[in-house]
Every structure is written in structure tokens, then in C-alpha cells.
Design a protein around this ligand. Structure first.
Ligand SMILES: NC(=O)C1=CN([C@@H]2O[C@H](COP(=O)(O)OP(=O)(O)OC[C@H]3O[C@@H](n4cnc5c(N)ncnc54)[C@H](OP(=O)(O)O)[C@@H]3O)[C@@H](O)[C@H]2O)C=CC1
Ligand SMILES: O=C(O)C1=N[C@H](C(=O)O)C[C@H](O)C1
Length: 269
């Protein structure tokens, strides 16, 4: 039992943090060795199981990531860009696999994570579910098959607490569509249309974001031509799909060399 990879969860009190803790706890392939939350959070020092309203798990919430990472084989991190950049350096120092689900990262954040991945195993994806990663592959194929007479639009919907847009998943889908078409997304991306925008430019890839209620995550890739439309869709109804994917990544990463990997590597898609 004690030979099982030890996992640390950051952002313990968050929506994904709590789901990840339950997922690791229920697994017979890994053990929960630590959880981290922000300094000053009222869970610090208390048993995380009790904080979550259940039975004690024998794991206290810490505000000292480096001390906790030192006991882990993997850190699963769904927090904020600033926290994730800090954790990337600390996980590398502790020689723990860093699984990153955090979205909304800037180019500068991504450079810092790439730097950490020069001497650490980092697995990062804007969506850890099997279904979305399959949709990414399908999007690439459909975009390669259809010409610019088909306008590509990525439409996403999430809960009203989400802080970043477009979602990490929408960006993955946009990148896949651009790759399928043989173009660079940054050169053809249409985001945040408002006012007198002019007619849609041929070849562009548009993004729209809906925010409301408790929507877990919904993504459509629309290929719209004159007289017909193709729609590829993924609907998440339970955050457990992301947590299962993240745990799978943490286990897959054991023994892998330094580098930045994604869920396509993990799932072998
Ligand atoms: N890749 C994927 O499959 C998925 C990715 N996500 C992404 O994961 C991220 C988190 O989502 P969600 O759980 O809904 O968000 P929440 O806001 O519910 O959770 C984030 C948690 O991280 C904590 N946190 C922030 N900064 C620190 C820090 N410096 N040290 C420790 N903890 C910190 C927050 O604490 P506090 O509240 O005090 O700020 C909070 O508890 C988002 O970027 C989201 O887009 C979500 C689902 C799936
Ligand atoms: O913030 C969320 O909730 C989600 N974030 C990820 C994203 O930005 O795509 C994944 C999922 O859609 C849920």
C-alpha cells in the first residue's frame, strides 16, 4: 500500500481540488499524501476530510507547498496561473511530476512552465477528459477535410464563477482547427466581437463564451457553410471526468523523463 505513488492536491478547497481529493482517496492506485491551500485560508491546519464535511482522512491542509511536495511523487494542480507558475518551480525542486489543469495562462506563464519542464515532468492540458481530447482529434480531422467555405466557430459555456475566457478547452479546439487547416491560430482568431464588426472574414476562427449558473463545461465546434452545418459537441456533466484524467496523468508520468506532455500523450490518442 505504501509503495503507491503519493499525490499532493493544490487548491484543496476549490471545486476541482475537492473533486481531486475524493478521486485520489477512492483510488487503489495512488495515495493522498498532502493537500495545499492559500496561506490564511481557514482550512489551514485542519483535516481536509473534515473540512470537506466528511470523515477525517488523516491529512492536514498545509500552506507550505515545498514541504508537502517533498513527500510526493506527483502534484495535481488546478488553481490559478500565478499559483501554478510558483508550484512548477517547487514541484521541479521536489522532483515530483506536475500535472497542470489550470487555464487562463499568459504567454509569459507558459514560458516559465516550459523552463521548469526542462528538468521536470510536466503534464498540462486545458481539459483532462477523454471525451474532449478525442474531440480535439476529430476537430483537427474535420478542419483538414473541409475548406474555407466552412466558417469555424468555437462556442463554450461554463458556470458563473469561471474567471477566464475563452476556456482552455476552447483554445485547444481552436488550435486543433487551425492545425487541421494548416494556419496559425493567432493569425486568424476572432475573439470578443462587439459593435460594428464588419462581415466575418473568410478563414477566421471565432470564439464565443457563455457564462451562467452551474454549467460544468460545454463545447461546440461549428463548421458553417452555405446550406449545411457540421457541429462537433462535448458536454461535461460531472467534474469527476477531469479528476480521473488528472490522476491517470499523474500515474502515467511516473518514471517519464523531463519534458512537457499533454493528455494526447497520456491517453495515446
Ligand atoms: N484542465 C481541466 O480539465 C480543467 C481545468 N480547470 C481549471 O482549473 C482551475 C481551477 O478551477 P476551479 O476548481 O473551478 O476553481 P476554484 O476557484 O474553485 O479553485 C481554485 C482553488 O485554488 C486556490 N488557490 C489559488 N491560489 C492559490 C495558492 N497560491 N496556493 C494554494 N491555493 C491557491 C483557490 O483558493 P482561493 O479561493 O482562496 O483563491 C481555490 O481554492 C481553473 O483554471 C479552471 O479553468 C477546471 C476544470 C477542469
Ligand atoms: O473552469 C472550469 O470549470 C473548466 N475549465 C476548463 C477550461 O477552461 O476549459 C475545463 C472545463 O471546461 C471546466
Amino acid at each position: 500500500m505504501t509503495n503507491l505513488p503519493g499525490i499532493v492536491i493544490t487548491g484543496a478547497s476549490g471545486r476541482m481540488g475537492q473533486m481531486l481529493i475524493k478521486t485520489v482517496q477512492a483510488s487503489d492506485k495512488a495515495r493522498l499524501v498532502g493537500v495545499v491551500d492559500r496561506p490564511g485560508h481557514d482550512w489551514i491546519g485542519h483535516d481536509v476530510g473534515e473540512c470537506m464535511g466528511g470523515a477525517a482522512l488523516g491529512v492536514a491542509v498545509s500552506d507550505d507547498p515545498l514541504e508537502v511536495f517533498a513527500h510526493a511523487q506527483a502534484v495535481i494542480d488546478f488553481t490559478s496561473p500565478a499559483a501554478t507558475v510558483e508550484f512548477a518551480g517547487l514541484a521541479a525542486q521536489a522532483r515530483a511530476v506536475h500535472v497542470i489543469g489550470t487555464t487562463g495562462m499568459s504567454e509569459d506563464d507558459l514560458k516559465k512552465i516550459a523552463a521548469a519542464a526542462r528538468h521536470a515532468t510536466v503534464i498540462r492540458a486545458g481539459n483532462m477528459s477523454l471525451g474532449v481530447n478525442l474531440l480535439v482529434q476529430l476537430t483537427k480531422k474535420v478542419a483538414a477535410a473541409l475548406d474555407e467555405d466552412f466558417d469555424i466557430e468555437v462556442i463554450e459555456a461554463h458556470h458563473n464563477k469561471k474567471v477566464d475566457a475563452p476556456s482552455g478547452t476552447a483554445l485547444m479546439l481552436g488550435e486543433a482547427a487551425a492545425e487541421g487547416r494548416g494556419v496559425v491560430l493567432d493569425n486568424v482568431s476572432d475573439r470578443g466581437r462587439d459593435g460594428i464588426t464588419g462581415a466575418r472574414e473568410k478563414g477566421h476562427i471565432g470564439f464565443s463564451a457563455i457564462r451562467g449558473g452551474d454549467i460544468v463545461g460545454e463545447h461546440d465546434v461549428l463548421f458553417a457553410a452555405v446550406g449545411e452545418r457540421v457541429v462537433l459537441r462535448h458536454v461535461a456533466t460531472d467534474r469527476a471526468i477531469f479528476a480521473r484524467g488528472a490522476l491517470k496523468a499523474a500515474l502515467w508520468g511516473q518514471g517519464k523523463g523531463p519534458g512537457e506532455y499533454d493528455m494526447v500523450d497520456v491517453l495515446g490518442l
